[in-house]
Design a protein around this ligand. Structure first.
Ligand SMILES: C[S@@+](CC[C@H](N)C(=O)[O-])C[C@H]1O[C@@H](n2cnc3c(N)ncnc32)[C@H](O)[C@@H]1O
Length: 323
Protein backbone atom coordinates (compact mmCIF):
# COMPACT_ATOMS: atom_id res chain seq x y z
CA UNK A 1 0.00 0.00 0.00
CA UNK A 2 1.45 3.34 -0.96
CA UNK A 3 0.27 6.62 0.45
CA UNK A 4 -0.47 9.24 -2.17
CA UNK A 5 0.58 12.27 -0.20
CA UNK A 6 2.33 11.28 3.01
CA UNK A 7 5.51 13.22 3.66
CA UNK A 8 8.66 11.69 5.09
CA UNK A 9 8.42 10.51 8.72
CA UNK A 10 7.74 13.54 10.88
CA UNK A 11 9.73 14.93 13.74
CA UNK A 12 7.46 14.05 16.65
CA UNK A 13 9.22 16.38 19.08
CA UNK A 14 8.62 19.31 16.75
CA UNK A 15 4.99 18.28 16.39
CA UNK A 16 4.50 18.07 20.15
CA UNK A 17 6.24 21.42 20.61
CA UNK A 18 3.96 23.01 18.03
CA UNK A 19 0.92 21.62 19.79
CA UNK A 20 2.22 22.77 23.14
CA UNK A 21 2.11 26.42 22.07
CA UNK A 22 -0.97 28.22 23.24
CA UNK A 23 -3.05 28.80 20.14
CA UNK A 24 -6.08 31.01 19.97
CA UNK A 25 -8.51 29.48 17.55
CA UNK A 26 -10.93 31.78 15.89
CA UNK A 27 -14.18 29.94 15.51
CA UNK A 28 -17.29 31.66 14.36
CA UNK A 29 -19.60 29.25 16.16
CA UNK A 30 -21.29 29.26 19.49
CA UNK A 31 -18.42 27.39 21.16
CA UNK A 32 -17.02 30.77 22.13
CA UNK A 33 -20.30 32.53 22.61
CA UNK A 34 -21.56 30.22 25.32
CA UNK A 35 -19.52 29.43 28.44
CA UNK A 36 -18.77 25.79 29.33
CA UNK A 37 -21.61 25.66 31.81
CA UNK A 38 -23.41 22.56 30.69
CA UNK A 39 -21.24 19.77 32.01
CA UNK A 40 -24.06 18.04 33.81
CA UNK A 41 -23.55 16.48 37.22
CA UNK A 42 -24.08 13.05 35.70
CA UNK A 43 -21.41 13.67 33.07
CA UNK A 44 -19.01 14.84 35.79
CA UNK A 45 -19.72 11.72 37.87
CA UNK A 46 -19.12 9.52 34.81
CA UNK A 47 -15.83 11.24 33.99
CA UNK A 48 -14.67 10.87 37.62
CA UNK A 49 -15.59 7.18 37.56
CA UNK A 50 -13.68 6.31 34.37
CA UNK A 51 -10.61 8.17 35.65
CA UNK A 52 -10.33 5.78 38.62
CA UNK A 53 -8.47 2.85 37.04
CA UNK A 54 -7.92 1.01 33.77
CA UNK A 55 -10.24 -1.82 34.79
CA UNK A 56 -13.02 0.50 35.89
CA UNK A 57 -12.66 2.53 32.67
CA UNK A 58 -12.82 -0.55 30.41
CA UNK A 59 -15.86 -1.99 32.19
CA UNK A 60 -17.72 1.30 32.53
CA UNK A 61 -17.42 2.16 28.83
CA UNK A 62 -18.44 -1.37 27.84
CA UNK A 63 -21.53 -1.09 29.99
CA UNK A 64 -22.28 2.45 28.77
CA UNK A 65 -22.04 1.66 25.04
CA UNK A 66 -23.85 -1.64 25.43
CA UNK A 67 -26.79 0.05 27.21
CA UNK A 68 -26.80 2.79 24.61
CA UNK A 69 -26.96 0.26 21.78
CA UNK A 70 -29.77 -1.68 23.51
CA UNK A 71 -31.85 1.43 24.04
CA UNK A 72 -31.45 2.57 20.45
CA UNK A 73 -31.46 -0.73 18.57
CA UNK A 74 -34.39 0.48 16.44
CA UNK A 75 -32.82 3.83 15.43
CA UNK A 76 -31.66 2.69 12.01
CA UNK A 77 -30.62 6.10 10.74
CA UNK A 78 -28.00 6.55 13.49
CA UNK A 79 -24.88 4.58 12.52
CA UNK A 80 -21.92 6.78 13.54
CA UNK A 81 -20.67 8.07 16.91
CA UNK A 82 -17.84 10.51 16.33
CA UNK A 83 -17.44 14.30 16.30
CA UNK A 84 -16.94 14.50 12.55
CA UNK A 85 -14.68 16.39 10.17
CA UNK A 86 -15.43 19.42 7.99
CA UNK A 87 -13.50 21.41 5.45
CA UNK A 88 -12.58 24.92 6.64
CA UNK A 89 -12.79 26.31 3.11
CA UNK A 90 -16.15 25.14 1.82
CA UNK A 91 -19.18 26.91 3.28
CA UNK A 92 -20.98 23.68 4.15
CA UNK A 93 -17.73 21.97 5.14
CA UNK A 94 -18.04 19.26 2.49
CA UNK A 95 -14.93 17.27 1.59
CA UNK A 96 -16.43 14.41 -0.44
CA UNK A 97 -19.39 13.43 -2.62
CA UNK A 98 -21.70 11.02 -0.85
CA UNK A 99 -24.42 8.56 -1.65
CA UNK A 100 -27.73 10.33 -0.77
CA UNK A 101 -28.40 7.66 1.87
CA UNK A 102 -25.19 8.66 3.68
CA UNK A 103 -25.88 12.40 3.54
CA UNK A 104 -27.47 12.67 6.98
CA UNK A 105 -24.26 11.51 8.68
CA UNK A 106 -21.96 13.42 6.32
CA UNK A 107 -19.58 14.93 8.88
CA UNK A 108 -19.04 11.69 10.80
CA UNK A 109 -18.37 9.83 7.55
CA UNK A 110 -16.02 12.59 6.42
CA UNK A 111 -13.91 11.81 9.49
CA UNK A 112 -13.64 8.17 8.42
CA UNK A 113 -12.79 9.34 4.91
CA UNK A 114 -10.10 11.77 6.13
CA UNK A 115 -8.48 9.13 8.33
CA UNK A 116 -8.28 6.50 5.56
CA UNK A 117 -8.12 8.73 2.47
CA UNK A 118 -4.42 8.48 1.62
CA UNK A 119 -4.10 4.70 1.84
CA UNK A 120 -5.12 2.36 -0.98
CA UNK A 121 -7.51 -0.20 0.54
CA UNK A 122 -8.60 -1.82 -2.72
CA UNK A 123 -8.44 -5.62 -2.37
CA UNK A 124 -7.05 -5.42 1.17
CA UNK A 125 -8.17 -6.64 4.58
CA UNK A 126 -9.51 -3.74 6.63
CA UNK A 127 -10.28 -3.84 10.35
CA UNK A 128 -12.06 -1.13 12.31
CA UNK A 129 -11.39 -1.49 16.02
CA UNK A 130 -14.30 -0.03 18.01
CA UNK A 131 -16.64 0.14 15.06
CA UNK A 132 -19.60 1.28 17.19
CA UNK A 133 -22.84 1.31 15.17
CA UNK A 134 -20.95 0.29 12.04
CA UNK A 135 -21.66 3.25 9.74
CA UNK A 136 -17.99 4.11 9.27
CA UNK A 137 -16.96 0.51 8.52
CA UNK A 138 -19.84 0.18 6.07
CA UNK A 139 -18.92 3.47 4.36
CA UNK A 140 -15.24 2.52 3.96
CA UNK A 141 -16.19 -0.95 2.74
CA UNK A 142 -18.53 0.46 0.08
CA UNK A 143 -16.35 3.37 -1.01
CA UNK A 144 -12.80 1.97 -0.78
CA UNK A 145 -13.41 -1.66 -1.88
CA UNK A 146 -11.37 -3.77 0.52
CA UNK A 147 -11.82 -7.53 0.02
CA UNK A 148 -13.20 -7.75 3.50
CA UNK A 149 -13.87 -5.37 6.36
CA UNK A 150 -14.13 -6.56 9.95
CA UNK A 151 -15.62 -4.29 12.61
CA UNK A 152 -14.71 -5.17 16.19
CA UNK A 153 -16.44 -3.67 19.23
CA UNK A 154 -16.61 -4.51 22.92
CA UNK A 155 -20.35 -3.78 23.25
CA UNK A 156 -22.36 -6.92 22.37
CA UNK A 157 -25.54 -4.96 21.60
CA UNK A 158 -23.64 -2.69 19.19
CA UNK A 159 -22.33 -5.76 17.34
CA UNK A 160 -25.86 -7.21 17.14
CA UNK A 161 -27.14 -3.88 15.78
CA UNK A 162 -24.37 -3.80 13.13
CA UNK A 163 -25.05 -7.36 12.00
CA UNK A 164 -28.69 -6.64 11.34
CA UNK A 165 -28.25 -3.05 10.03
CA UNK A 166 -25.29 -3.51 7.64
CA UNK A 167 -25.85 -6.61 5.55
CA UNK A 168 -23.21 -6.25 2.85
CA UNK A 169 -21.07 -9.05 1.37
CA UNK A 170 -17.57 -8.94 2.82
CA UNK A 171 -18.52 -6.78 5.83
CA UNK A 172 -18.63 -8.56 9.19
CA UNK A 173 -18.78 -7.55 12.85
CA UNK A 174 -17.19 -9.30 15.84
CA UNK A 175 -17.38 -8.76 19.56
CA UNK A 176 -13.93 -8.11 21.03
CA UNK A 177 -11.68 -5.98 23.18
CA UNK A 178 -9.21 -3.56 21.57
CA UNK A 179 -6.60 -4.86 24.00
CA UNK A 180 -7.20 -8.51 23.07
CA UNK A 181 -8.35 -8.52 19.46
CA UNK A 182 -10.14 -11.61 18.09
CA UNK A 183 -7.82 -11.68 15.06
CA UNK A 184 -4.82 -13.77 14.10
CA UNK A 185 -1.27 -12.40 13.84
CA UNK A 186 -0.47 -10.42 10.69
CA UNK A 187 -3.97 -10.81 9.22
CA UNK A 188 -4.85 -7.15 8.49
CA UNK A 189 -3.54 -4.64 5.93
CA UNK A 190 -5.03 -1.65 7.71
CA UNK A 191 -6.49 -0.99 11.17
CA UNK A 192 -8.76 2.03 11.52
CA UNK A 193 -9.54 3.41 14.99
CA UNK A 194 -11.70 6.48 15.46
CA UNK A 195 -12.68 8.26 18.66
CA UNK A 196 -12.52 5.23 20.90
CA UNK A 197 -9.04 4.91 22.41
CA UNK A 198 -10.01 7.19 25.30
CA UNK A 199 -12.18 4.28 26.53
CA UNK A 200 -9.38 1.70 26.71
CA UNK A 201 -7.70 0.48 29.88
CA UNK A 202 -4.20 0.59 28.40
CA UNK A 203 -3.11 2.46 25.28
CA UNK A 204 0.12 0.44 25.21
CA UNK A 205 -1.90 -2.79 25.26
CA UNK A 206 -4.00 -1.56 22.33
CA UNK A 207 -1.01 -0.43 20.23
CA UNK A 208 0.69 -3.81 20.86
CA UNK A 209 -2.43 -5.56 19.56
CA UNK A 210 -2.51 -3.35 16.46
CA UNK A 211 1.12 -4.20 15.77
CA UNK A 212 0.41 -7.91 16.26
CA UNK A 213 -2.53 -8.10 13.82
CA UNK A 214 -1.02 -5.87 11.11
CA UNK A 215 1.00 -7.34 8.28
CA UNK A 216 4.44 -5.79 7.75
CA UNK A 217 3.92 -2.46 5.94
CA UNK A 218 0.30 -2.42 7.16
CA UNK A 219 -1.30 0.86 8.19
CA UNK A 220 -2.65 2.06 11.52
CA UNK A 221 -5.10 4.89 10.77
CA UNK A 222 -6.17 6.70 13.89
CA UNK A 223 -8.11 9.73 15.15
CA UNK A 224 -9.08 10.73 18.69
CA UNK A 225 -9.22 13.48 21.30
CA UNK A 226 -6.54 14.02 23.91
CA UNK A 227 -6.03 16.52 26.67
CA UNK A 228 -2.93 18.50 25.78
CA UNK A 229 -1.00 17.32 28.84
CA UNK A 230 -1.64 13.67 27.83
CA UNK A 231 0.18 14.03 24.48
CA UNK A 232 3.73 13.13 25.57
CA UNK A 233 2.48 9.89 27.19
CA UNK A 234 0.42 9.11 24.09
CA UNK A 235 3.36 9.49 21.69
CA UNK A 236 5.68 7.54 24.01
CA UNK A 237 3.23 4.61 24.03
CA UNK A 238 3.00 4.73 20.23
CA UNK A 239 6.76 4.86 19.80
CA UNK A 240 7.23 2.02 22.28
CA UNK A 241 4.82 -0.16 20.31
CA UNK A 242 7.17 -0.26 17.31
CA UNK A 243 4.62 1.35 14.98
CA UNK A 244 6.25 4.08 12.92
CA UNK A 245 4.42 7.40 12.71
CA UNK A 246 4.33 8.58 9.10
CA UNK A 247 1.95 11.47 9.49
CA UNK A 248 0.46 13.27 12.48
CA UNK A 249 -1.98 16.11 12.06
CA UNK A 250 -3.88 18.36 14.41
CA UNK A 251 -7.44 18.37 12.99
CA UNK A 252 -9.04 20.18 15.94
CA UNK A 253 -10.36 23.09 13.87
CA UNK A 254 -11.96 20.75 11.33
CA UNK A 255 -13.64 18.83 14.14
CA UNK A 256 -14.98 21.96 15.86
CA UNK A 257 -16.33 23.14 12.50
CA UNK A 258 -18.07 19.78 12.01
CA UNK A 259 -19.64 20.01 15.48
CA UNK A 260 -21.03 23.44 14.59
CA UNK A 261 -22.43 22.31 11.26
CA UNK A 262 -23.86 19.08 12.69
CA UNK A 263 -25.27 20.58 15.90
CA UNK A 264 -28.98 20.50 14.98
CA UNK A 265 -28.93 16.83 13.94
CA UNK A 266 -27.10 15.81 17.12
CA UNK A 267 -29.44 17.81 19.34
CA UNK A 268 -32.50 16.24 17.66
CA UNK A 269 -31.05 12.75 18.03
CA UNK A 270 -30.57 13.28 21.76
CA UNK A 271 -33.98 14.89 22.25
CA UNK A 272 -35.71 12.05 20.43
CA UNK A 273 -33.82 9.11 21.91
CA UNK A 274 -32.73 9.85 25.47
CA UNK A 275 -34.60 10.21 28.76
CA UNK A 276 -35.02 13.83 29.84
CA UNK A 277 -32.83 13.26 32.92
CA UNK A 278 -29.87 12.13 30.83
CA UNK A 279 -30.05 14.74 28.07
CA UNK A 280 -27.50 17.09 29.67
CA UNK A 281 -24.96 14.28 30.07
CA UNK A 282 -25.57 12.98 26.54
CA UNK A 283 -25.21 16.52 25.18
CA UNK A 284 -21.78 16.70 26.82
CA UNK A 285 -20.64 13.39 25.31
CA UNK A 286 -22.11 14.21 21.91
CA UNK A 287 -20.18 17.49 21.85
CA UNK A 288 -23.20 19.76 21.51
CA UNK A 289 -22.22 23.40 21.10
CA UNK A 290 -22.10 25.08 24.50
CA UNK A 291 -21.08 21.86 26.27
CA UNK A 292 -17.55 21.45 27.54
CA UNK A 293 -16.04 19.40 24.68
CA UNK A 294 -16.27 21.97 21.84
CA UNK A 295 -15.14 24.69 24.24
CA UNK A 296 -12.09 22.69 25.34
CA UNK A 297 -11.28 21.94 21.70
CA UNK A 298 -11.74 25.56 20.62
CA UNK A 299 -9.55 26.72 23.52
CA UNK A 300 -6.99 24.05 22.65
CA UNK A 301 -6.75 22.49 26.09
CA UNK A 302 -7.99 19.43 24.21
CA UNK A 303 -6.61 18.38 20.83
CA UNK A 304 -8.09 16.17 18.11
CA UNK A 305 -5.31 14.14 16.50
CA UNK A 306 -5.13 12.23 13.25
CA UNK A 307 -2.28 9.79 12.85
CA UNK A 308 -1.12 7.44 10.12
CA UNK A 309 1.48 4.95 11.31
CA UNK A 310 2.77 1.76 9.81
CA UNK A 311 4.27 -1.48 10.93
CA UNK A 312 7.81 -1.65 9.57
CA UNK A 313 9.14 -4.70 7.79
CA UNK A 314 11.81 -6.93 9.32
CA UNK A 315 13.50 -6.76 12.70
CA UNK A 316 12.62 -3.11 13.27
CA UNK A 317 8.98 -4.19 13.52
CA UNK A 318 9.78 -5.43 17.02
CA UNK A 319 8.64 -3.49 20.02
CA UNK A 320 11.21 -1.35 21.77
CA UNK A 321 11.64 -4.04 24.43
CA UNK A 322 12.52 -6.60 21.70
CA UNK A 323 9.34 -8.66 21.93
C1 LIG B 1 -17.41 7.05 20.43
S1 LIG B 1 -17.74 5.44 19.86
C2 LIG B 1 -16.95 5.47 18.23
C3 LIG B 1 -17.52 4.46 17.29
C4 LIG B 1 -16.99 4.51 15.86
N1 LIG B 1 -15.55 4.43 15.81
C5 LIG B 1 -17.48 5.74 15.12
O1 LIG B 1 -16.65 6.60 14.77
O2 LIG B 1 -18.67 5.83 14.87
C6 LIG B 1 -16.61 4.44 20.83
C7 LIG B 1 -16.78 2.94 20.61
O3 LIG B 1 -15.68 2.28 21.26
C8 LIG B 1 -16.16 1.04 21.76
N2 LIG B 1 -15.23 0.55 22.78
C9 LIG B 1 -15.01 1.06 24.01
N3 LIG B 1 -14.07 0.36 24.66
C10 LIG B 1 -13.67 -0.63 23.83
C11 LIG B 1 -12.72 -1.68 23.93
N4 LIG B 1 -11.97 -1.87 25.04
N5 LIG B 1 -12.56 -2.50 22.88
C12 LIG B 1 -13.30 -2.36 21.75
N6 LIG B 1 -14.22 -1.36 21.60
C13 LIG B 1 -14.41 -0.51 22.63
C14 LIG B 1 -17.52 1.39 22.30
O4 LIG B 1 -18.34 0.25 22.51
C15 LIG B 1 -18.04 2.35 21.21
O5 LIG B 1 -18.74 1.63 20.23
Amino acid sequence: MRPSSFPAPIDLRAFEAALAEEVTVSTSGSAQRKPARQTSLLARAFIATVARSATVRRRTYRLFYDRLARRSSDVDSWTTMNYGYASLEECEGHTIDLDPLDEEERYCLQLHDRVARDVDLDGRVLVEVSSGRGGGASFLHRSRHPTCTIGVDIAPAAVRFCRSRHRIPGLTFEEGDAENLPLTDESADAVVNIEASFCYGSLGGFFAEVRRVLRPDGWFLFADLRLRHELPEFFSALEYSGLEVVEAEDITENVVRALELDHARRADLIAENSPRLLRGAFGTFAGLMGSRMPVKLAQRSMVYLRIAARKPRGPESERKDGR
